[in-house]
Structure formats: structure tokens, C-alpha cells
Design a protein around this ligand. Structure first.
Ligand code: GLN
Ligand code: ZN
Length: 777
């Protein structure tokens, strides 16, 4: 045990989202480039200083990013497609053009595809490698930031996305599969080797390469690829005088299948996640230890970075348990053990110190990024203490008090309702094909029905009204009148441009999860606990504190109001149980399955109330269903889908045959779970397809997918306006793969982050394009 501490990455958006605000001001022309840069620099300094003051030994640098660390890595390695370079923009503007698309004097390009970062709600930009990409070190960001910290007197550990993860996540043009050629391998390895030697000159003692892709199942040749990438890097490390030690950092799961290779390669440090991959990582380490007398053992100069402080939860670490774990790790590790976060702290909020509405009795159970630093140093100190010293430790005593006894009382009514569930509660009648026929006629829908995903722009005005209500500057009636006015305006506008299934616009919702949580028993809310989702977009997940049930009807009022304004069908809009849980901070004292079932029953009550109120189409968003799919395929069903899919069925199984159930997902990668998605038994699904290729449509075709589907025909994450022709092309492409009777036309996600000025013209183009295609049928 070394008593050293390491942080994999720190939140960069700022305690009060300063970085977000500054970048957005720059985008709007309200701040200069220099102002944005200087905010960024101040934030970096502040974040390093906080970690230094907390006593962290290995403080990360280059974990800062204006948009995304994968994108930074791509730029560093010259992996920038020509269409962005041809815009001839400055450094930051090129980066933003790749992240969000660009439409202006210098040209018109769409953004690069964005995907969820493993099992998180963070999104990375997918690097695009084409035949004329020349991978080489062209940037200086990691070196600049290392020097910047050094000038402040802070020695840091530079962190970069490792070459294996970078290449495995990269795609070819049009998001096609990438063939990782020998040339790609050797040029990437050479670039990383150069990075190591540069850091030797600069005086870094460690360099961390993040390789989370290692926690996934291996395909043939993967480990060989890893070896070919790292051998040249490690050769430099061995030859260069004063070269930094190389840490291969993994997270979000275990690497039992890779550990022997890492031991053999003799990397200096191996970062293991003992929160999400505890047992497997421990066993794998133990096996290496047992191989002690010969082949494959771990050398005793290899440091294990033990990820024991979760980077993806907000609950206090249970010290007693973690100390046992550290003891176990130490036992099977011949060399040093460093106490580390289990993943980057990017995925947790900044500090509990800015929560003024939650009492101390509640807050003491939580640890955000800053508090986790304290946990690391506590644990590192305790780890090297004797049993007697530990017994006398106040930190340990205070911590133990959080975990003995019941934190919150159980709700007997919720338990009774769950105990009474039978198979019938999970089965909707009649069979879907029959329902779909009834619905088409009853709802009077044309072929290729058009719709949107639910939200319309949450303009400054909308947000201001909400803020004023919260501060007590306006009364509830004034706010409600405003919302009613917005809904009416939105309905009229949709009628006017000719959409088929309308929505009310979700103006009353701050967030698709928080809004529901506020009307559910068992939830808690924070004021400032923001977490970066993509680019400058942040989310503030609520916290599941106790047993969940519906406190009162949630959406019935505004949905029925919207329906009362029009003869068109208005779609009710709900968030599904799996997504609510995945975008909340779940409890750690009961299973995710139980929490999801509780949520499903609460939303089921809402579905039935909407139906009673005359709402004939109800969308239940499962935007985040895929997000928590376990990283290893062998766990997909048993640890997740086997209860997640039934939970969705439980939500809607009680409705009439002519009530149409929609769902929505914020991604298009479900080829591999397509049958499970079909098994949710929704009538219609919309999903993102605009930024990715349309291979999912092949899967839909092959699987005889029964659910009607609306693959998004344009990208709402970008402010650019798609042309009529562009959308027509998309619809045509869809129709080559899907039966026209099952196709819906819609954008790829909700429009809340967009402005009215791009939203309405885009939708008009969508309707026009659909009409053109209908006319050809
Ligand atoms: N109905 C939600 C909206 O339109 C769905 C958002 C989402 O999928 N993330 O905003
Ligand atoms: Zn979405």
C-alpha cells in the first residue's frame, strides 16, 4: 500500500457552469475568443488548486475540454476530416464546427456523429478516419496544459484517451465500420510514442492513457491490436531518459481478459475499476499473483491504481467495506497500490457545498467531486494504518454512522402493489398487429405520418418565466397563463405547417426527468448538481432517496388542455421508468430492478389517467434505455434487459387497443438488441438516425421488426436547417429498407435546445419533403 491518491479526471464545466456560460456567450457573439479562453484558463487553475489543496498526489491535466475529450484527441492526432479543415476557421471554431455543425460564410457542414460514452449519459464525438487521414501528432494541448499547471507550481499527470480506445471508437466516413490497417496502427503508435517522449522532456512522472474500451468483450485480434499499439510506446518509455511512467487506465467494468496482456507488456501502472468490476478484477489479480513462480506474473514494479471511490454515484463511500477491499487488493498485488477514483469525476456534480435546500441530515450521505477527493485521502491514510489506529479514527467512525441503521423507511403500500403483480400485468391485449390496424383507421392518419419528439424550443423567455416563478417574482397563475399561451401558439403553428400528430411542446418542463420526479414520492432535488452531457449541455439528475410512487397526476392537465385546442391528435408525453432511473442518481441500498418496477407503476397510473382524459396517442420516452446496457454481452439479459423491458410493458399494458403507444430512443444503435426493443410492445418508436448510417434499418428489416418506426430524418443537435431535398433523400433511403406502411417521419430528438428560428423552417421542410414523397407513392 502506498497511501498515494490519484484522480482520473475532474469536472471541467465549473462549479457554477462557468465554462458552459462562457462558451455559449462566445457562440452568441456576446463574449470574445479571449474572454472564453481566459475563463477556461481560470477554471483549469481553480480545479488543479482544489485537488492540490485536498492533498491529491496524482492530479490530472488535459482533462479540460471545450467540448469533448475524444474530439480533442482527434484534433491532436490530425484526425480532422477535410470538410472541416476547408472551412478555414481558427482552432476553437474548427472544434465547434465539428461538434455542432457550421452554417455560415465559410460553408455548410453537419456535425460529426455523437455517441454515448460507454454506460454514461456523456456523449463523445466519433472520430472519422478516411483513406486520406494521416495520423500524426499535430497539436500541443496536453503539453500546454501540463506546462500551465507547472507554472502554477502544480505537477500533474497528463491524461489522454489511449490509442486503443481511440481507434476502436473511430469510424470511417459516413460512420461506416473502420478497418484498422497496419498503417493506422503504426502511425497511431508513433504519435503516442512521441507524446511520451515529449512528456519526458517536460518532466511528467506519469502519463495516463484512458482505455475504457478494454472493459468491453474482445473481438478476434483485439488484444493483438492493443499489443501492437503499446509496444512502440513502451519502448520509448524504456529508452528515454526520465520518461514518464505509463498508466493504462480502465473504467466502467473489469478487464479480467486483458490483465495478463498488460502484465506481459509490463506497463508501469494499471488502473482498475473496483466499483463496477470488483470481483472479476480481484480474481484476475489473484490469478496473476498465483502465477508468481513463472510465466505471466505481475512484476513487482507495476503499480495498481485501485479505483475504489465511485466516479458515477453521489453516495458516500462505505469506508469499512472499501478498506477491506483495499486490503484484499494489496494482498494480491506484488507492487504498490494507489488509491484512485473508479472513473473520471466528470460524471458527478461539483460539490455538495452549493446545495442549500437539502438539510445536513440528507447531505451528509452524499459525496460529489470535491467531497470524493476527501474520501480518497481519508481512505489512503486509513489504508496504511494499523487496526488500532483505525479503531481510533474519527473519520472512520463518522463514516460508519452513515451506514448503520435504516436511512429511510420503506413504503408498505408500494411493496404490496409489487407483490400482487402477475404476468397479465405485463401483457397488453390484443396482439400488436391487430392494434396497429385499428389505430391507423381510428386515428385517421395518412401514410408517412409526421410528428415531433415532444419538446419545442425552451427559449430564454420560457426559462425566465420559470426562474421568476421559482424566485416568487410572479404567481402561479401568471406562470400558468404564460404556459397556456405558449401551448396554444405551438399547437397553432404545428397545425399551420401541417404536422399530423401534434405535441403540446413541453414548455412546462425544466427537464424530462426532474419534472416527473417532482411529482413522485421518494425523490430529492438539488440546486446545482449539474453534470455535463454533451458539449455545453448539462443535466441535473434528481436523487432517488426512498420508495417511489406517484404523488399526483403529472401531465394530464397540460395534455388535455392542448388536446382541447385542436381536432388533430395530440400526443401525450411521458418519461419511461428505465430512463427516469438511468437519468437519476439511483439508490445503492436496493436493486435497480426494484426501483424501476416502482417507477413503472407510478408512470402506469399516469398513462391510464391520460387515456381517461381523452389522450389517444401517448409517448413514453425511453431515451436512455440502452445507456445502462452492461458493457459485457454476457450480462445484457440477466443483469438488465430481463427486467428493464418488462418494466416498460408494465407501464402501458393497461390501455385500450385504440390507444397508440409511442416510445423514443436517443440513439440508433440497437441492431443487437432489436428483439428486446420490439418486445417492449410499443406501437411506434422514433429514434436518432440522422447522424449515423442507416444500418439499423437493415436490422429492422431482417428482424421483421413489428413496431412502426420513425428514424430521425434530421439532426436536432445542430443549429443548421436541413433542406427539403436532404430530407427527401433521407426518407427515400428509409423506404428502401422499410415498408412504407410502418414508417413515420420526424426529427431525431426533442427540439428544446434549439431556437425557433431554425426549428420552424426545419419542420416546414420536413412536412414539404414528406408531401413530395407521398405524391410519388
Ligand atoms: N420528449 C422529449 C423531448 O422531446 C424527449 C427528449 C429525449 O429524447 N432526450 O424533449
Ligand atoms: Zn431523444
Amino acid at each position: 500500500m502506498s497511501a498515494l491518491t490519484s484522480v482520473i479526471g475532474f469536472p471541467r464545466i465549473g462549479e457554477n457552469r462557468e465554462l458552459k456560460k462562457s462558451i455559449e456567450a462566445y457562440w452568441k457573439g456576446n463574449a470574445s475568443l479571449d474572454e472564453m479562453r481566459s475563463t477556461a484558463k481560470q477554471l483549469r487553475a481553480k480545479h488543479w488548486q482544489i485537488q492540490k489543496d485536498a492533498g491529491i498526489d496524482l492530479i490530472p491535466s488535459n482533462d479540460f475540454s471545450y467540448y469533448d475529450q475524444m474530439l480533442d484527441t482527434a484534433i491532436l492526432l490530425n484526425v480532422v476530416p477535410k470538410r472541416y479543415r476547408d472551412l478555414n476557421l481558427g482552432e476553437e471554431d474548427t472544434l465547434f464546427a465539428i461538434g455542432r455543425g457550421y452554417q455560415g460564410e465559410q460553408g455548410d457542414v453537419t456535425a460529426q456523429p455523437m455517441k454515448k460514452w460507454f454506460t454514461t449519459n456523456y456523449h463523445y464525438l466519433v472520430p472519422e478516419i478516411s483513406e486520406d487521414t494521416q495520423i500524426k501528432l499535430v497539436g500541443t494541448k496536453p503539453f500546454d496544459e501540463f506546462n500551465e499547471a507547472k507554472e502554477l507550481g502544480i505537477a500533474t499527470k497528463p491524461v489522454l484517451i489511449g490509442p486503443y480506445t481511440f481507434l476502436k471508437l473511430a469510424r470511417g466516413p459516413q460512420a461506416a465500420d473502420l478497418e484498422i490497417t497496419d498503417e493506422i496502427v503504426s502511425s497511431a503508435a508513433a504519435a503516442y510514442a512521441q507524446i511520451v517522449s515529449r512528456f519526458a522532456t517536460l518532466g511528467a512522472s506519469w502519463v495516463q492513457f484512458d482505455e475504457p474500451y478494454l472493459v468491453l468483450d474482445k473481438e478476434e485480434g483485439d488484444l493483438d491490436l492493443f499489443r501492437r499499439l503499446y509496444e512502440p510506446i513502451l519502448a520509448v518509455r524504456r529508452d528515454a531518459v526520465d520518461a514518464p511512467k505509463v498508466l493504462v487506465q480502465t473504467y466502467f467494468g473489469h478487464i479480467a481478459d486483458t490483465l495478463p496482456t498488460l502484465a506481459e507488456l509490463h506497463v508501469d501502472g494499471i488502473g482498475l475499476d473496483f466499483v463496477e468490476g470488483r470481483d472479476e478484477n480481484l480474481d484476475a489479480l489473484a490469478k496473476l499473483a498465483a502465477a508468481n513462480n513463472g510465466e505471466g506474473a505481475l512484476a513487482d514494479d507495476v503499480t495498481i491504481f485501485a479505483g475504489v471511490v465511485g466516479g458515477r454515484n453521489i453516495w458516500r463511500n462505505d469506508y469499512a467495506k472499501t478498506l477491506d477491499l483495499l486490503d484484499e487488493i494489496d494482498e494480491v498485488t506484488p507492487g504498490e497500490v494507489v488509491v484512485s477514483t473508479a472513473s473520471s469525476l466528470l460524471h458527478v456534480p461539483f460539490t455538495t457545498a452549493n446545495e442549500h435546500k437539502l438539510g445536513d441530515d440528507v447531505l451528509r450521505h452524499f459525496a460529489f467531486a470535491v467531497e470524493k477527493l476527501g474520501e480518497l485521502t481519508d481512505l489512503a491514510e486509513l489504508a496504511v494504518e494499523s487496526d488500532e489506529e483505525r479503531a481510533a479514527s474519527d473519520a472512520l467512525k463518522d463514516n460508519a454512522a452513515l451506514f448503520d441503521g435504516t436511512r429511510v423507511a420503506a413504503d408498505p403500500q408500494v411493496a404490496a402493489r409489487i407483490a400482487a403483480l402477475t404476468d397479465a400485468d405485463y401483457t397488453r391485449q390484443p396482439a400488436r398487429a391487430e392494434r396497429q390496424k385499428t389505430q391507423r383507421t381510428e386515428l385517421g392518419l395518412p401514410v408517412l405520418p409526421t410528428t415531433t419528439i415532444g419538446s419545442f424550443p425552451q427559449t430564454r423567455e420560457v426559462r425566465q418565466y420559470r426562474a421568476r416563478l421559482r424566485k416568487g417574482e410572479i404567481d402561479q397563475k401568471t406562470y400558468d397563463d404564460f404556459i397556456a399561451g405558449k401551448i396554444e401558439e405551438c399547437i397553432r403553428h404545428q397545425e399551420q405547417i401541417g404536422l399530423d400528430v401534434l405535441v403540446h411542446g413541453e414548455f412546462e418542463r425544466n427537464d424530462m426527468v426532474e419534472y416527473f420526479g417532482q411529482n413522485l414520492n421518494g425523490f430529492l432535488f438539488t440546486q446545482n448538481a449539474w453534470v455535463q452531457s454533451y458539449g455545453t449541455r448539462c443535466v441535473k439528475p434528481p436523487i432517488v432517496w426512498g420508495d417511489v410512487s406517484r404523488a399526483r397526476p403529472i401531465t394530464v392537465r397540460w395534455s388535455s388542455y392542448a388536446q382541447s385546442l385542436t381536432n388533430h391528435v395530440v400526443k401525450g408525453m411521458l418519461t419511461g421508468p428505465v430512463t427516469i432511473l438511468n437519468w437519476s442518481w439511483p439508490r445503492e441500498d436496493v436493486s435497480h430492478e426494484l426501483q424501476t418496477t416502482q417507477l413503472a407503476l407510478a408512470i402506469r397510473d399516469e398513462v391510464l389517467d391520460l387515456e381517461k382524459a381523452g389522450i389517444r396517442v401517448i409517448q413514453i420516452d425511453e431515451a436512455a434505455l440502452r445507456e445502462k446496457l452492461p458493457v459485457r454481452r454476457s450480462d445484457w439479459y440477466s443483469k438488465y434487459l430481463d427486467w428493464a423491458i418488462p418494466a416498460f410493458r408494465l407501464v402501458h399494458s393497461g390501455v385500450r387497443p385504440d390507444t397508440q403507444i409511442h416510445t423514443h430512443m436517443c440513439y440508433s444503435e440497437f441492431n443487437d438488441i432489436i428483439r428486446s426493443i420490439d418486445n417492449m410492445d410499443a406501437d411506434v418508436i422514433s429514434f436518432e438516425a440522422s447522424r449515423s448510417d442507416l444500418t439499423v434499418l437493415d436490422a429492422i428489416h431482417e428482424a421483421h421488426f413489428e413496431t412502426e418506426a420513425g428514424p430521425g430524418v434530421y439532426d436536432i443537435h445542430s443549429p443548421r436547417i436541413p433542406s427539403v431535398e436532404e430530407i427527401e433523400d433521407k426518407i427515400h433511403a428509409i423506404l428502401t429498407k422499410m415498408d412504407v406502411s410502418k414508417v413515420w417521419v420526424n426529427p431525431d430528438c426533442g427540439l428544446k435546445t434549439r431556437g425557433d428560428e431554425e426549428t420552424w423552417p426545419s419542420l416546414e421542410n420536413l412536412v414539404t419533403a414528406t408531401k413530395h414523397v407521398r405524391a410519388e407513392l
